[in-house]
Design a protein around this ligand. Structure first.
Ligand code: NAG
Ligand code: NAG
Length: 256
């Protein structure tokens, strides 16, 4: 069966894509078929070119990276993360990456070979920052777990249950080893460096960056409608979910 099928395929391929000039008015070499709309139409490969162009542009375009510099017990941070950042990411994860840096207004002090930390909202917050830092390093479900914690009434107390729900394979003891050990400290030191290296330096938290950049304008837009901001900043073809938000705006009722 294989021989005849192969022959058929070869003949079909030849008639479709072989000597174009002979079969139709295609006057372009194969490498130029998708170079213009005209060439694609002439050579009968418009559909294929459109599809391949679409796929290519999709792969090449970088996602919009939203960075959040925050601390675990700051009310404004919790509100932004739970009500804006996470829901937006759930809808737009195909075009959006989130980078979380738990540290915020904490202070790092060298103590011999190690570091100690002081946090704006006390020891509990330092613990929360460390917990979320370790989660970000140890599980791909860190963001849902962090959302679960930050949106609950007690960020710290909810941690164990939240982790069990989203990452049942992650052992609490393993996590605590990170939190209380050198690994957590090293990871927190990286957060401290990233936060201290912000340009311009952060003046408050939550502090938002978009593709590594912070301006008052970006911050305001992120706070009021991150969804619209991410859709508008994405350079590739807009995914359907971005169109939906526009429709929502069009369905506003105008004042007479
Ligand atoms: C494919 O993309 C190229 C470069 O972006 C463009 O010039 C060309 O017109 C596109 N082809 C089609 C058939 O849309
Ligand atoms: C976790 O942290 C270690 C250093 O302690 C690092 O080598 C590793 O790349 C990190 N993994 C992730 C997923 O961030």
């Amino acid at each position: 069966m294989k021989g005849p099928l192969l022959l058929l395929l070869t003949v079909w391929l030849y008639t479709q894509y072989g000597d174009c000039a002979l079969l139709s008015s295609c006057s372009y070499p194969p490498s130029k078929w998708c170079s213009s709309l005209q060439a694609a139409v002439q050579c009968g490969v418009l559909k294929e070119c459109l599809l391949s162009n679409f796929t290519k542009s999709h792969q090449k375009v970088d996602k919009v990276e939203v960075g959040l510099y925050y601390e675990t017990l700051c009310p404004g941070c919790r509100q932004f993360l739970s009500l804006m950042l996470f829901p937006t990411w759930v809808m737009l994860m195909d075009i959006m990456d989130v980078k979380l840096v738990p540290y915020g207004n904490a202070q790092e002090k060298p103590a011999g070979q190690k570091y100690t930390y002081e946090c704006q909202h006390g020891e509990q917050e330092c613990f929360g920052n460390m917990l979320e830092t370790c989660l970000l390093n140890m599980t791909e479900y860190a963001f849902p777990i962090i959302f679960c914690m930050e949106s609950s009434s007690d960020v710290i107390k909810s941690a164990k249950n939240c982790a069990e729900v989203y990452a049942p394979e992650l052992k609490w003891e393993t996590l605590m080893k990170c939190v209380n050990g050198d690994q957590g400290m090293q990871l927190m030191h990286q957060n401290a460096l990233a936060t201290q290296g912000l340009k311009p330096p952060h003046e408050y938290v939550p502090w938002v960056t978009v593709n590594g950049e912070h301006t008052e304008d970006l911050q305001d837009k992120a706070m009021t409608s991150l969804y619209t901001l991410v859709c508008s900043m994405y350079k590739g073809p807009k995914p359907p979910v971005c169109g939906q938000s526009q429709k929502a705006y069009q369905s506003r009722c105008k004042k007479e």
